[in-house]
Design a protein around this ligand. Structure first.
Ligand SMILES: [Mn+2]
Length: 432
């Protein structure tokens, strides 16, 4: 069955993981001829794992990349030749399929690949020596030494390079140390493409590694368009709403399908998380209606559900500063400047003094390593709708409209959204 991977952005957040989960469920219902597989391309922070565990839901599996693999192309053979069998025992199957290699076994253990070159070499030597073929040898006696096998999880390009630098016509393919099939030169004529649906992002640089080798069939997103190129026309659903989960939920409505309870919880989690319990200015009426419908469906009180989710989040002082900052860090290029803006959510700002210096240090470090002109971090108390801003030393800091709490720390009451509230002020500050 044709596979389609549904995948969110790197450094996955709730919206990207939950929308992939819920959209895969819907697609598998309305398009049963394909297999839709939700995946994620980054590791989950402990706090997210805790939320999924609390709901008893298995989040999408991690994949490292979407590059084509040996797994996508290798061949299997119905024929099983024993190493001690006489060579003429391969004649019938050889005539039927004309293979360039045939797998040979020693009992149940894989022994090696018998190549058509092995047979030719042996036959030519016999003819040179005797002018005819006197004796039929055992298969094992004419096989040339076996070469290093490849693994099913190996990259297509890597295995192609190995085979082309080998003298053999084929290489064995192993998975978990046992033989699963083989690859021949013909397998590498054309690289296969994995089908993907992008959710919660549309920019290649935010996507899974190897996305440039994949076949993008659909995009569901609520960010600005700076889209990947596609070979064929595709479905795009891009809407300026508060979360991708809202878009996915509207798809359920369109199809007349009610999400099951787990899916409803996942959708609501994504919405609540991206919209900070519908308090962020990115929230639209569609988000509010959708979230209320889902809360009613699950039978929970919306704010309570949201607060429970946010209370699972680890306080900043208990996290590793660099990891916390980089878990949601976006870079922008404006006015010839490279600027990075991170955002962390928390449920209190009262412990700020406990971690201020470590986080300022981490921010300096990230600015240097990512070669940025300016790096800032907004820390948002989702309960009180209040943020503070940490910044690295930069002239533009003096032009921010916020009051200073201490050196390199600003107070931002009422500010919750990076893209709608903070980013315009940052852009203004670097222009004046
Ligand atoms: Mn989102």
């Amino acid at each position: 069955m044709e596979k389609v991977y549904i995948i969110g952005h790197r450094n996955p957040d709730f919206d990207s993981v939950c929308s992939a989960y819920a959209y895969a469920k819907l697609k598998n219902k309305i398009d049963p001829l394909k297999q839709y597989i939700p995946v994620r391309c980054g590791h989950l922070p402990e706090s997210m794992k805790k939320v999924f565990a609390g709901m008893g839901i298995e989040p999408p599996k991690y994949i490292r990349d979407i590059f084509p693999k040996v797994r996508d192309i290798y061949l299997t053979s119905g024929v099983k030749i024993d190493a001690d069998a006489p060579l003429n025992s391969v004649a019938t199957s050889y005539k039927a399929t004309n293979p360039s290699v045939i797998p040979v076994f020693e009992g149940n253990r894989f022994f090696g690949l018998l190549s058509v070159d092995d047979i030719t070499r042996w036959a030519m030597e016999e003819l040179l020596k005797n002018g005819k073929i006197n004796e039929i040898p055992k298969v094992r006696d004419i096989m040339s030494p076996e070469e290093e096998p490849v693994t099913a999880s190996e990259l297509f390009e890597e295995a192609k390079r190995k085979l082309s630098s080998s003298k053999k016509r084929g290489l064995a393919v192993m998975e978990d140390n046992s033989f699963v099939g083989f690859v021949t030169r013909r397998c590498f004529l054309k690289a296969p493409k994995n089908n993907v649906i992008l959710v919660d992002h549309n920019e290649a640089k935010q996507g899974v590694k190897g996305l440039e080798t994949a076949n993008i069939v659909e995009i569901l997103d609520h960010h600005r368009l700076d889209s990947v190129k596609t070979e064929l026309p595709i479905f795009i659903d891009a809407e300026p709403v508060g979360s991708t989960c809202t878009i996915v939920y509207r798809k359920y409505i369109q199809e007349g399908i009610t999400p099951d309870t787990d899916t409803a919880k996942m959708l609501l989690t994504g919405m609540i998380s991206d919209t900070l319990i519908l308090r962020s200015p990115t929230t639209t009426q569609l988000d509010i209606n959708s979230a209320n419908e889902l809360a009613a469906l699950i039978g929970v009180e919306l704010t309570e559900f949201g607060l429970k989710m946010f209370s699972c989040m680890e306080g900043l002082k208990n996290r590793i500063p660099r990891e916390a900052v980089e878990s949601d860090f976006k870079t922008y290029r404006e006015k010839n400047l490279k600027i990075g803006i991170g955002q962390c959510e928390c449920t209190t700002l009262e412990d700020l003094d406990d971690y201020r210096s470590e986080y300022l240090e981490a921010l300096d470090d990230i600015r240097k390593r990512q070669d940025l002109d300016w790096a800032v971090l907004m820390i948002t108390d989702v309960l009180r709708e209040h943020s503070v801003l940490f910044v690295t030393d930069f002239e533009a800091g003096n032009h921010l409209p916020y009051s200073k709490l201490s050196d390199r720390v600003y107070d931002m009451p009422g500010v919750m959204s990076r893209k709608k509230q903070l980013l315009p002020e940052i852009l203004h500050a670097i222009t004046v």
